[in-house]
Design a protein around this ligand. Structure first.
Ligand code: ZN
Length: 478
């Protein structure tokens, strides 16, 4: 039968999580591979998901006063090299344009790996006075980083994202912006994607090239690994000095502005898959799902069934539900499996028996539970169910995070816990990069962040035994 065949095609997540992920991105029709390694085609279903993500985030950005702009694709080599840490961080993975037609260019142009330097060059031209500040910009674009190993969504050479770039009169204002945007990502992940986050600051080793501070929201995937889901960077006036961006302040003095940038990419779709998916496929949070409910007519050749199914679809659409009807000639079993694979939160079945009883049957993707819904209550119950599913997905993910985050006082304890359970482990840290590297060598983990939510799990750094006041969360990251 088609249903079994379809489901059989996905590898069990407990057997091979990486293969399970790869199976889902192709079977749920999210991705196709292109002729160039690391360049993935976002198929309509993935792009619809990305559009929903864009639409919510874009609204949140604009609510805070940000405006969208479009910067060029190419960066002259001399421009990329102006900020030393930045170029050191990105140069190994940029792709170069060396020819225009058959003519060799006088200067190589890199395809943007990120756009800080482009914004800086622009700001140098347009910023004059304190009255011009703040400049709160964002752009939706793709960037290119020549990664060695690539995976759909998680590590593409080209990927889609938004990059926010802002310029402020004072350090305080820029720091507030950095935090505000981190909060936007945290709210978005938790309330829309049902992905609970650990909010914190990156260690110096893990921060963005050229930033004074990088803040992150880290999420735990189903295999207990971490996904850095959104980052917000504070640059101070380092870039402004490197690019000679100045403005006259209220006292008519020439001063340097302070800068931030922040980004979230299509990587988050990989996060949604690995947070909520199961062995039947995707499992999408209703608030972001391209299709929230699918209506499937049962015994559709019987009189009245298709008409009734259409009527339910129309009613749900009018009630603001993103609904689709599946009238294809596939068997109901095939359609069930197909919509499970695509993670549609609610399946609504309507057949002759249901019509007789003035009801339909709703099946939840998250629990598999089925319930009869009286047609007089259709809109109300479907909307309630969508909320229940959204909450349930968040609760489940939160449990996973909570149950797989542990404290360790010593290195031996850390290694024993990590070998047995994996997941996130909190330890104290003295602040030295040497100890951070040693932790990686010894335990095979990297620092995910210094969580804002601090506690004292011991008195000393587990590596050097020096007194330590800072708690770090460690794990394996995608
Ligand atoms: Zn130490």
């Amino acid at each position: 039968m088609a249903k079994e065949k379809n489901v059989e095609q996905i590898t069990d997540m407990d057997v091979d999580f990486a293969q399970w992920f790869t199976d889902i991105v192709t079977k749920a029709k999210l991705i196709d591979y292109s002729g160039v390694k690391g360049f993935f085609i976002l198929r309509p279903y993935a792009y619809a998901l990305w559009e929903n993500i864009q639409s919510v985030l874009d609204g949140m950005f604009k609510e805070l006063g940000h405006e969208n702009v479009a910067m060029p694709l190419l960066i002259p080599e001399s421009l990329l090299q102006k900020e030393k840490d930045h170029v050191d961080g990105f140069a190994p993975e940029v792709a170069w344009v060396t020819h225009g037609g058959s003519e060799e260019l006088a200067e190589r142009l890199c395809i943007r790996p990120t756009s800080e330097v482009l914004f800086c060059e622009h700001w140098k031209n347009v910023l004059h006075s304190w009255r011009d500040l703040p400049m709160l910009y964002n752009q939706w674009n793709s960037v290119l980083r020549w990664e060695k190993s690539t995976r759909p969504f998680l590590r593409g050479r080209e990927f889609y994202w938004q990059e926010g770039h802002t310029l402020h009169a004072t350090a305080e204002e820029a720091e507030i912006e950095t935090q505000n945007m981190l909060d936007v990502y945290a709210t978005f992940c938790e309330e829309y994607l049902a992905m609970p986050v650990v909010k914190g600051k990156k260690t110096d080793k893990e921060k963005f090239a050229g930033a004074l501070a990088t803040y992150t929201v880290e999420c735990m995937m189903h295999d207990k690994k971490a996904l850095q889901s959104g980052t917000s960077h504070y640059f101070g006036d380092g870039f402004a000095k490197a690019f000679e961006i100045q403005f006259s302040d209220k006292n008519n003095q020439l001063v340097y502005p302070h800068q931030t940038s922040w980004g979230l990419s299509t990587r988050i779709i990989g996060g949604i898959i690995m947070t909520h998916g199961d062995n039947n496929g995707l499992n999408l949070p209703p608030r972001i799902a391209p299709v929230q409910a699918v209506v499937i007519p049962i015994a559709s050749h019987k009189p009245g069934v298709l008409e009734k199914a259409d009527e339910l679809t129309t009613r749900l659409k009018a009630a603001g539900v993103r609904v689709k009807i599946d009238k294809s000639d596939q068997s109901p079993g095939w359609k069930f499996a197909e919509n499970e694979m695509k993670g549609v939160p609610i399946r609504i079945e309507i057949g002759p028996k249901d019509i007789e009883n003035d009801q339909c049957v709703a099946a939840r993707r998250d629990t598999g539970e089925k319930q009869a819904i009286s047609l007089t209550e259709l809109e109300k119950r479907v909307n309630e169910l969508l909320e229940e599913i959204q909450t349930n997905l968040f609760t489940r993910a939160k449990e996973n995070l909570k149950n797989n985050t542990r404290d360790a006082a010593t290195l031996d304890e850390m290694k024993a816990i990590f070998n047995e359970h994996g997941g996130f482990i909190n330890t104290m840290w003295c602040g030295s990069q040497e100890c951070e590297l040693k932790m990686r060598e010894e335990a095979g983990v990297t620092s995910r962040c210094i969580p804002f939510d601090q506690k004292k799990v011991a008195d000393t750094c587990p590596i050097c035994k020096a007194k330590a006041d800072t708690m770090v969360v460690w794990g394996i990251a995608y």
